[in-house]
Design a protein around this ligand. Structure first.
Ligand SMILES: Nc1nc2c(c(=O)[nH]1)N[C@H]1C(S)=C(S)[C@@H](COP(=O)(O)OP(=O)(O)OC[C@H]3O[C@@H](n4cnc5c(N)ncnc54)[C@H](O)[C@@H]3O)O[C@H]1N2
Ligand code: MOO
Ligand code: MG
Length: 414
């Protein structure tokens, strides 16, 4: 008798997985290697930015009070008493109608409270004149205007990108405390599988899920440990799963989780004493996605079907690993979009349609069954269609999960 499984909602499944995901600790890496990692401690401004009042232009530092009444017909002359390149400090104090030649980024000299750009002056030797009055602090970049001392700049759990690196460098971090990346194993199961470099023979297919998952992990900055592809032999699978669990923080398997005669993962979980958190989710593709916990580790039993496997990774593996990495944003970015074509077939399960999203419209990326490999290659997003009795029409507003944000746009759209 086949086992009848009770599906749970996607949100409930995500919650159960996250409840078992434990942060993997922290480590320190050189600044140059920190991009793509997750920050383990907040970055707090240890000094104001900028650290001193400075000029935002190449020009002259002046006293605004000396500019009162300046106009085109009544130009006010100044005498230049010093020059400050960026990186230097002037020890002069400005007196009446005196100015200091100052470069962008150089600290304002004492007495000055405004900067006039070269373009706003008529120069003549050591003097120049201006034709407009200046307000106090006009054209001055104020100490602390960007960041005040003590201000939190980036919270712990943030993804470190180029801008984060800039802020870390600003405050002198040569070493950065980041979350440790979990060691993740991948094991493909299926007697039908041959290697990517192997020729096809009748009944066999190449293992595409293994390399796909490795790429999904790499997109998260995680290097995997691969356990190859294994035939549907329960003893061999148990042995590999046990070895993998002793060497990794989490294990992803693909295939063998449904109710077929050679779907051995359910039995494997029983034999290693893992607790199955769920084995049926009210979603398509990926309804057979199974997650188990054993020895404090998560075992993700993704479906063998490529689209199901891909979707199971993005919905369950990704947030769990991000939580293990101490991230504070666990879920795929999402947006609303206009559905690009009819999707009239009603389905009781939530549908995740591999789609092309162009910033406005989301359209299914072609052949969209669970076994599709084409639409995961062509898509950059997933349309989420809630389960229920109705279909969806072109023009309906739909939710979209974004997958390909690192890819550019084909045209300049601004
Ligand atoms: N009687 C039922 N049959 C099936 C059900 C069901 O509820 N009752 N569920 C169907 C659904 S939904 C899915 S999805 C699949 C899930 O199958 P498994 O997760 O057990 O995976 P396999 O049987 O091992 O393989 C399914 C399919 O995927 C291909 N595959 C497997 N591994 C790979 C790989 N590494 N790279 C590429 N392709 C792979 C495999 O050859 C099969 O075609 O079960 C349905 N059946
Ligand atoms: O797990 Mo299956 O993908 O629902 O098609
Ligand atoms: Mg199967």
């Amino acid at each position: 008798m086949v086992e009848i499984r009770k599906p749970i909602q996607v949100a409930e499944a995500v919650e159960r997985v996250l409840a078992h995901a434990v942060p993997a600790g922290t480590e320190t890496v050189p600044l140059e290697e920190s991009a793509g990692r997750i920050l383990a401690s907040p970055v707090t401004a240890s000094h104001p930015v900028p650290p001193f009042d400075r000029s935002p232009y190449d020009g002259f530092a002046i006293r605004s009070e000396d500019t009162a009444g300046a106009s085109g017909s009544s130009r006010i002359p100044f005498t230049v008493i010093d020059e400050i390149p960026a990186g230097s400090v002037s020890n002069k104090i400005l007196g009446e109608k005196q100015a200091v030649r100052i470069m962008t980024g150089a600290p304002l000299p004492e007495g000055a409270d405004a900067v006039v750009m070269f373009e706003q002056t008529v120069e003549d030797g050591d003097t120049f004149s201006i034709r407009k009055p200046f307000k106090p602090l006009e054209n001055v970049s104020l100490k602390g205007e960007d960041l005040a001392e003590g201000e939190e700049v980036v919270p712990a759990g943030s993804f470190i990108h180029a801008g984060t690196v800039a802020v870390l460098a600003t405050f002198g971090y040569t070493q950065v405390k980041v979350a440790r990346r979990p060691v993740v194993g991948i094991l493909a199961t299926g007697t039908e599988l041959v290697g990517v470099g192997d020729p096809l023979v009748p009944g066999k297919i190449r293992n595409s899920n293994g390399p796909m998952i490795a790429a999904q992990l790499r997109r998260m900055g995680i290097d995997c440990r691969t356990y190859g592809a294994q035939a549907d032999d329960p003893d061999a699978v148990v042995a590999t799963v046990e070895r993998a669990l002793s060497e990794t923080d989490a294990l992803i398997t693909t295939g063998g989780v449904s109710v077929g005669d050679f779907d051995y993962l359910p039995a494997v979980y029983g034999r290693i004493g893992a607790e199955v958190l769920f084995n049926k989710v009210a979603m398509r593709p990926g309804s057979v996605t199974t997650v188990a916990a054993g020895g404090g580790k998560l075992l993700f039993g993704l479906s063998g079907n490529p689209s199901s496997c891909f979707t199971g990774f993005e919905l369950f593996v990704r947030p769990a690993l991000l939580k293990m990495m101490g991230a504070n944003k666990l879920f795929l970015p999402h947006t609303k979009a206009v559905l690009g074509e009819d999707f009239t077939k009603a389905n009781p399960f939530t549908r995740f349609v591999r789609a092309v999203y162009d910033g406005k419209t989301a359209s299914p990326a072609g052949f969209n069954k669970s076994n599709a490999v084409s639409s995961i290659a062509r898509g950059n997003a997933m349309i989420v269609l809630p389960g229920g009795t109705r279909g969806f029409r072109k023009g309906d507003e739909v939710d979209v999960l974004l997958l390909g944000v690192e890819e550019g746009s084909p045209e300049w759209t601004l």
